[in-house]
Design a protein around this ligand. Sequence first.
Ligand code: SF4
Length: 509
Amino acid sequence: MFFFCSSYAIVKPKIAMQPLFDLFGVPPLAAVRPILRDRFGSQRDAERGDPVAVLIDAIISSKTRDAVSGAAFERLIERFPTWEDLMSAEVREIQAQIETVQYPETKAPVVIAALKAIHAYAERFTLDFLAPRPVEAAHLWLERIKGVGRKISAAALNFSTLRKRTLVIDTHVLRVAHRIGWVSPSARDAATAYGPLMALVPPSWDADDLYEFHCLVKKLSQTVCAYQDPDCDQCPLAAQCQRFGVEPNGPSTNASAVIELRPSPDELRSRVAKLDRSDQLTAWGVSPFGDPRVDSYLPGNGLPRGHWHEITGAGTENELPAAVTGFTASLAARTAGGGMILWALQRDDIHPPGLQVFGLNPDRLIFVRAAKDADILSVVESALRTRGVAAVVGEVATLSLTAGKRLQLACERGGATGLLLRRQLYASSAEDEGTTATTRWSIAPSPSETDEPGLGLPRWEVRLERCRGGRTGAWIMEAENATGDVRVVAELADHKMEAEPARGRLTGT
Ligand code: SF4
């Protein structure tokens, strides 16, 4: 019933599951194309070549840089001015002309075999007979030639005057498709990736759309999404990519020539300044605490939704975070409204009915258990990108700055709020790299007060240690029984109310 990878286990599958199907959602090709157009410009104006020439060019260009294979093709047609000449040439003669490309000894016989097959069928050197055929039939005709696979046949059909509605999946497109998540890593070549990728192509796209999409993705690969060191910080698809910031050499294709663009220090400064703009903090609205003694410290007078927030425990609360869990639950209830909440943890030590004290109805909760921090972060990130999930809680010991950036991008994409609860039980020597969270809270238990016999309402000593676009502060707060609201009992006198660097106050929700 549960859809995460097999290393995760569901603890309490209480909620209707349909929103979780979106955990596997991938950015639609139609949404990606305008983003790439903005970066690389329109790619629709290319001249289309003769289908036979495009086929021969595609055969010799496989796994070779365009400039190298282009020069080899020019040498070939200069040495053999007609297709007849080329078809009748010796393998070693062709090999000598294309020796600069990858695998010339393999490609030379394929060139001859392709020309012979065309001439035997059409009695001249033309592929025009493929024009009226359905695209898959045209593919199959070409792929009967030994050495011609789906990438080469797609190039001959789409890049030429045949203009067939088919996508050329070369190493560039395959690499980006793996990293973004359009196709599974098990689809290791054009033949296996073709079906899944074509299934994502909008029905309205024609041959020119597919041509442009190929060119745009290839440019992304050549300039940003390199094989060994993708420059994810400069990538226009970072918010859509499943592998943003992850070590690059996971599912990948073969190495290919790349041009890497490194951001200059000035560019980096401008990007950081853009990320830090306070007027972006309330784009998804805020969830007020309902007490100006707290809300006035927060940007937009409330906890910004569509951002991630960090909650840590003070003292022993780092290990057995009962108070932290309660406070986090109250934040989750407040930010999620009536929406669904996913809670990812490593130890099944939460008693769900107890969360009702903090306004969290267990029927709105899905618990996911995973083995380690990396798995928790993966679940949290996927859930944050999922339509229908309003808030996501993740319990982790460590969190790198890169992981924090990934979480923020996921929040911005889906509008859900992330709450990262730091527990040191799993990694007592965890190093803290700092945080990119919008707010960071430190929570300690505080003695309850009650006039009645028995336990009073939960109380916390709450310290707002970081608040982007707002101020830091400290209070004693108390949970309002089963409403999710918290009440400020007292402002703490000893906190340092340091203003964040001047960014102005924000208004509106
Ligand atoms: S975010 Fe990184 S891995 Fe993903 S497409 Fe962009 S450059 Fe490639």
